[in-house]
Design a protein around this ligand. Structure first.
Ligand code: PMP
Length: 423
């Protein structure tokens, strides 16, 4: 028994499936102490969109740290923070005609969700929040109260209140018109649904099984929220920062959420950082009303700025991601076709294969690991094999990952897979 098993809490999870002690990494590759090499299609659960130790981000980070500049600063002013705000404004907000105030909550995804929920309640004076079936928004009490997974909810130890879960796109398989129930419930004073402060939604359900909302569904949701004066929060913690091909995952739908949550890959380098963005009219916070010690992590501002400058100054990176996403979708479709009942789910480089038998998905992920590919499962029964390679993955690496996955799927299901190599 090693110290991880003897000393670390039972709550640990990834290290149970992946027994390697990972000691170095570069781009889309990780190495373990015992000499194994892994292709990483997990990408730090979406925190490593630009890969491991990306030199474009590492160099400015090292220079910054060696320069004697300020590392920790709560929300005091620093040149690193100024550069980040100016760059974010210039390269992300202005070109997309988004006028958002930028709030720095604590540095994790759940922190920016908590801030969003709190703000929505404060602005509207209402308490209720609507979330969707199979949503995942984080593990602290507020974000857990809008998360679907019953095992995770149970961990709260207290009732999770002031929220209701409503069907996500595709949940009812189409026999009921989208939003029929929600529209009726909002309009009917006898429905028993408290008028909500906000609706919180992921455009692709990263943890809950990779269902992707259609652009038309998202537009319908935005419209419904507008009609009923309900705030729309998009949780782009996992699907944002280019993961679906555009910087924000909601761009394709052409909607403008009232509040947006960003974390994971916003720092680009895997350093903790999060943002809650909202329309200026919603900025009703009193100074210090929501604060925290780790809101000013300057090394994260430095790498975040470098990532925006390098990858988001023009459309080339987005075009590369779109090309990779097409290849990934192609390959996964071939693998899914081999097994009855399997379908490809997701969008962009947040895509996977649903298996009717969750045991097949679990075993395929395990067989992939033993063949040198890191992929996790997603969904309430872990029934989806999830691929989330860094956006900087090369076409050759993508193909190699797909080959391993196809081999693992063939081994588990016994059904031959023909992958046409997309050169
Ligand atoms: N929202 C979404 C959509 C997420 O995928 C996650 C993390 N998987 C979170 C929030 C919570 O982020 P964190 O783990 O950094 O608290």
């Amino acid at each position: 028994m090693d110290v991880f098993e003897s000393r670390e809490s039972e709550v640990r999870s990834y290290s149970r499936h992946w027994d390697a002690v990972f000691d170095s990494a570069a781009g889309s590759t990780m190495h373990s102490e015992d000499g194994r090499t892994f292709l990483d299609f997990f990408a730090g659960a979406g925190a490593l969109n630009y890969g491991h130790n990306n030199p474009v981000l590492l160099r400015p980070l090292i220079d910054y740290l060696l320069s004697g500049a300020v590392v920790h600063s709560l929300d005091m002013k620093t040149p690193a923070k100024r550069r980040f705000l100016e760059t974010f404004q210039e390269l992300i907000l202005i070109p997309r005609q988004l006028d958002y105030r930028v709030m720095f909550p604590g540095p994790t995804g759940t922190n920016c969700v908590e801030a969003a929920l709190k703000l929505a309640r404060k602005v509207t004076g209402r308490t209720h929040i609507l979330s969707f079936t199979n949503a995942f928004h984080g593990m602290t009490l507020g974000s857990l109260s809008v998360t679907g997974n019953s095992m995770k909810r149970h961990g709260a130890g207290v009732p999770l209140t002031n929220t209701s879960s409503v069907p996500y796109d595709g949940y009812l398989d189409g026999p009921v018109p989208d939003f029929l129930w929600l529209r009726q419930a909002l309009e009917d004073s006898g429905s028993g649904l408290d008028r909500p402060a906000a609706v919180i939604v992921e455009t692709v359900q990263g943890e809950g099984g990779l269902r992707a909302a259609r652009a038309s569904w998202l537009r319908g949701l935005a419209e419904l929220c507008r009609e009923h004066d309900v705030l729309l929060i998009v949780d782009d913690v996992q699907a944002g920062c280019g993961r679906t091909g555009t910087f924000f995952s909601f761009e394709e739908a052409g909607i403008t959420p009232d509040i947006v949550c960003l974390s994971k890959s916003i720092s680009g380098f895997g350093l903790p950082m999060a943002l809650t963005l909202f329309r200026p009219e919603l900025d009703v916070w009193s100074p210090g009303e929501h604060n925290g010690t780790f809101r000013g992590h300057n090394p994260a501002f430095v790498t975040a700025t470098a990532a925006l400058e390098h990858y988001w100054r023009d459309d080339r990176f987005a075009a590369d991601v779109a090309g990779l996403a097409t290849r990934l979708h192609e390959g996964l479709s071939r693998i899914a076709e081999a097994t009855e009942g399997s379908v490809v789910r997701g969008r962009g480089l947040l895509t996977g294969i649903f298996y009717a038998d969750p045991e097949a998905a679990r075993r395929i992920a395990a067989e992939s690991y033993s063949r040198g590919l890191l992929v996790e499962t997603s969904g309430p029964r872990s029934e989806v094999v999830k691929t989330m390679p860094p956006l900087t993955t090369t076409a050759e690496e993508l193909q190699r990952g797909l080959d391993i996955l196809a081999d693992a799927a063939e081994h588990v299901t016994g059904a031959p897979v023909t992958l046409t190599t997309v050169a």
